[in-house]
Write a protein that binds this ligand. Sequence first.
Ligand code: PLP
Length: 371
Amino acid sequence: MAALINIPFFSLQRQHALIERELKEVMQRVTDRDWFVLGEELKAFEHAYALFSHTKYAAGVGSGLDALTISLRALNIGPGDEVIVPANTFIATWLAVSHVGATPVPVDADPVSGNINVREIEDRITSRTKAIIPVHLYGMPCQMDEVLRIARSHNLFVVEDNAQAHGAMFDGKPTGSFGHCNATSFYPSKILGAFGDGGAITTNDESVYERVCKLRSYGSIRKHEHEVLGLNSRLDELQAAILNLKLLHLHKWIDERKIIAECYSNELRGVGDLVLPKTSARCSHAYHLFVIRTAQRDELKKFLAERGIETAIHYPTPPHLQPVYKNAGYEKGDFLVSEELAATSLSLPLWIGMRREEIEIVIRAVKDFFQ
Ligand SMILES: *Cc1c(COP(=O)(O)O)cnc(C)c1O
């Protein structure tokens, strides 16, 4: 019987079924326009995404990693510089810093939010520090007032990594609007996802915006004139058109994510040793992921899998313990909170179109495990 249940960790099928006709129209429109890179669709999406983000400018790029890398380059961060990053994040945050030749300087996680511990940032600032990259992990905003205060008092740039937090708010302002230059991803599983890779940079600074536009396209904004060592990293017309369509539905879909999260939170409170996501009065969590914590994480994951419920781990190994950073000299025990989170976190299924019964099956199974 149990084998009949199959609740995927993530699926886009029901979200896309809701907009099937519009999706087809959009794809036809792009085909008819006969223009596929840096055109009107991108312009329209960038305009809409800047409005959504409460910033003056948005520039589409090829991925979230590229958005971070180009942001750092647009701010002239490079070899010899240090950039403060969270120890607890997806590795792309660190990779971007390494790609520009700078050094990622990790700060451990706050044990409650899982985000960068703002009380530990100042200890890691040196004369070489140029920027802080706060990551709004799982859709939970960082304490941006503190991050900005520290950045201001040490004359540092802030580059938000907003890949997981489209639609999240801190003090009523959207994440991705606080930094000098902010990066996001439209990887398909993100809150706002394309039909492939994609990303964007948001900023209020016109000169940063212009540098970003050059860097994403061979160092050029005028044809045949190449001013800087640019890349080829653009959000194509088809992705831009699809994202623009999805953006129309995004607030409603974020509300749906919050309702699912609320069901989980209400029903799982006090169950076993579970630690549930916490929000605060100043934060509006967008619930890219619903991450619970338990000392019996691996056993719970296995138990749920046997009942046909797929879960995921974000992330099993923190960046400082990954082979790619072996030469940086980190050891197990260097960032205890992040390592503890890596050992205890489990992400439950959460996607648009999940039915009440499916949410209840997940809740029932988690409760059964602890009984
Ligand atoms: C997904 C993600 C990225 C990278 O985005 P891509 O589009 O996959 O390159 C960067 N940072 C965080 C926190 C992410 O979750």
